[in-house]
Write a protein that binds this ligand. Sequence first.
Ligand SMILES: *Cc1c(COP(=O)(O)O)cnc(C)c1O
Length: 320
Amino acid sequence: MTDTPQTTLQKLCHTLQLSETAVQALNIDPNSPFPLKVPAEFLAQIQPNQPNDPLLQQILPLQIEHQTAEGFNQDPVNDLTFNPTPSLIHKYQGRVLLIASPKCDVHCRYCFRRHFPYSEHANTRHWQKALDYIAQDHSIHEVILSGGDPMSLSEKSLVQLIKEIEAIPHIKTLRIHSRTPVVSPSKAPTQALIAWAKQTRLNKVLVIHCNHANELSHQTEQLFSLYKSVGFHLLNQSVLLKNINDQVKILEALSHKLFDQGVLPYYLNQLDRVQGATHFEVDTHTAKLLHNQLRTRLPGYLLPKLVQDLVNKPYKTPLI
Ligand SMILES: *Cc1c(COP(=O)(O)O)cnc(C)c1O
């Protein structure tokens, strides 16, 4: 029997020992079309009996998601206007992004692809067309696997796809963007991926998506060191999120903990203005102030770049 969203929410509240009053005050939306989805390992990192826990706030469907605001829409970064073949996004020079899987282990409420039309993309039957496109454009030297989450593919499919990419001579770098290593470290691919990584000619980059130091555990540390040991460069990208990580102390702690686990901060993203996420937005003025304070506390190599994905810009735009 599969759980209805309601029972899953009930279980979650029970596991986290949230009182009925606390749950009522949160104003949960049990019928969200983008339902609650959270893996057990991420759940285990949430503090019990803390309705404001920064990890809980990232995954709990709330009524406030129905709030609309000007500029917030279903495709905030204009993915679909840079879409030469289904599942491929070619927006920037020299690199393409492949929506390798429609699925993700966790439904982050601020996900900028929460309304993405996955049924028309992200299907293995589109891979050949995408690979043909990449093969005929010699200006492309890096392929980025994204989603959904590429690590939600079976390990066999993932490695098969990667080998097809590797077979294109002008590709030099494979980059995987994934939240799986953070939210579900025991589910992240290892054996076949590690075996491939040991002997590939490609540069390998893994960008994990982590927003708060509490998301990192002994399990993530072990997994990262495995990926590092076979030559992956490990970077992190975060989203600046109101009431979750919009304090200098929290961002500072995140950078240090990432470094302790072998990961360098890469981007701190200003929120993509996706419908349903208005309440997560930190205004640009505050974001810049925070980043300036962060700069005074961290060595340069632990300071993420504060950027925004502005439509029609051929790069992630630095805000500072
Ligand atoms: C963010 C993004 C990239 C990667 O940009 P980098 O600055 O290289 O990290 C590539 N393609 C698309 C479509 C993107 O949105």
